[in-house]
Design a protein around this ligand. Structure first.
Ligand code: DI6
Ligand code: FE
Length: 406
């Protein structure tokens, strides 16, 4: 038919890091490449010379690099207040854990979040999300966990859904009601965890506001393995995939617990044992590294990268954007931290915010540049992909494409 175009839009004169290469070329680079979209999906990509047909619209990228839209797979970006005063206390010598035990920490954000209405939570969250998006992020996971009662947890999740409706970005929501024990439970952690399992998870599942469930396993300041397991069981019973904050401050056997529960990911993992890491790899869980939290609370222990590599564990990298342990509004800075503090390679770091971050969210339709996947792209003015991990600050992102538009 005359006038028929094969594609809606074609980006040409670009270098592609498909993140879909073989093990010896994990970035899957195509220099002087072309990528084409049709109906919101990647229809085709290859070297420029091979372009098979006409497009309704072509975009000259002037030699920019194109990656799959970045994925921040672990954030807590909907919350009330901030913890700058707590930061000052820490600078005078108090530790993150001491502040948490004294009723500050997470619980001070719970007080501020309970007091905030939906619109003010939304307005506070917008600039945090926009900061991530400006760097090329097209998918963000957002956790609740600063309500610790059904109404406020659902309010946080509703705000997360509203953020997705306002802006061209995908949001995956995670219920983290088992983040800390609220004051009204008077320290009865097991009772609160049982309440989460019995009451909050079924209601959140019925609301349709939660895409997954997470819990903070920490035997000293959050929940023990015994208290956490019923929460994960309840989530699975309601058809929700699970994730786990695991072994951040001590080895509580979190990595192994996550593996036993078929978790999509276990996150932090500074103290995870080699056995736990191997169990995760066998179970197909992703290890999510959060170097912003490691840096900001001045952790001393690094995740055991050697054990992770030996086990073949897939690694993701995320901001953990939260007011207490990682007020990090830049995923690109986390790439630098992951390489500098944890010694990830450039390829490991970049897979960690694309392909493996998608796996950490259970999303098979993104994270790589390949035909049939969502056409979510991030365009950068850089000479080589390593620059995304190299600069500290600044923003080389030229634009984002979400579902073929942008
Ligand atoms: N681990 C973390 O790093 C955040 N939550 C968690 O379980 C910290 C949350 C906070 O301090 O507000
Ligand atoms: Fe977290």
């Amino acid at each position: 038919m005359p006038g028929t175009t094969l594609f809606d839009r074609v980006w040409l004169n670009a270098h592609l890091a498909t993140m879909d290469g073989p093990p010896d070329d994990p970035l899957g680079v195509i220099e002087d490449g072309v990528i084409a979209a049709k109906d919101g999906l990647i229809a085709w990509l290859a070297r420029r010379a091979d372009l098979p047909g006409p497009a309704a619209q072509t975009v000259d990228c002037h030699g920019a690099w194109i990656l799959p839209g970045l994925i921040d797979c672990h954030t807590h970006l909907v919350f009330g207040g901030d913890r700058a005063a707590e930061f000052e206390l820490r600078l005078k010598g108090a530790s993150y854990e001491e502040i948490a035990r004294a009723g500050g920490g997470i619980l001070s954000t719970v007080r501020a979040t309970r007091e905030a209405d939906e619109d003010s939570l939304l307005r506070a969250a917008e600039p945090r999300l926009h900061s991530l998006m400006a760097e090329g992020v097209t998918t963000v996971e957002i956790k609740s966990g600063y309500g610790l009662d059904l109404a406020t947890e659902l309010r946080q999740l509703r705000v997360a859904r509203r953020l997705a409706a306002e802006d061209p970005v995908s949001v995956v929501t995670t219920l983290l009601a088992a983040h800390a024990t609220p004051p009204e439970f008077g320290g009865r952690r097991a009772d609160y965890a049982a309440h989460v399992a019995r009451d909050i998870i079924p209601a959140a599942a019925a609301s349709g506001l939660a895409d997954a469930v997470d819990a903070f396993l920490d035997s000293a300041i959050a929940f023990t393995a015994e208290e956490t397991a019923p929460v994960l069981d309840a989530a699975r019973a309601h058809g929700l995939p699970v994730k786990l904050h695991a072994d951040q401050l001590r080895d509580d056997g979190g990595a192994a617990l996550a593996a036993r529960h078929g978790a999509l990911s276990a996150d932090h993992l500074e103290y995870a044992s080699a056995e736990g890491i191997a169990a995760m790899a066998r179970a197909g869980a992703v290890g999510v590294l959060l170097p912003g939290a490691f840096y900001f609370i001045r952790e001393q222990r690094r995740p055991d990268l050697a054990a992770m590599r030996a086990a073949g564990l897939r690694l993701a990298v995320a901001t953990d954007l939260n007011p207490g342990s990682s007020p990090a509004m830049s995923l690109l800075l986390m790439l630098n931290f992951a390489c500098t503090l944890f010694r990830l390679t450039i390829a490991e770091a970049l897979l960690g915010v694309t392909r493996h971050a998608a796996a950490a969210l259970g999303l098979a339709d993104r994270g790589r540049l390949a035909p049939g996947l969502r056409c979510d792209l991030a365009l950068y003015r850089i000479r080589r992909p390593a620059e995304l991990c190299y600069w500290m600050g600044g923003n080389p992102c030229l634009g984002r494409v979400v579902g073929g538009r942008g």
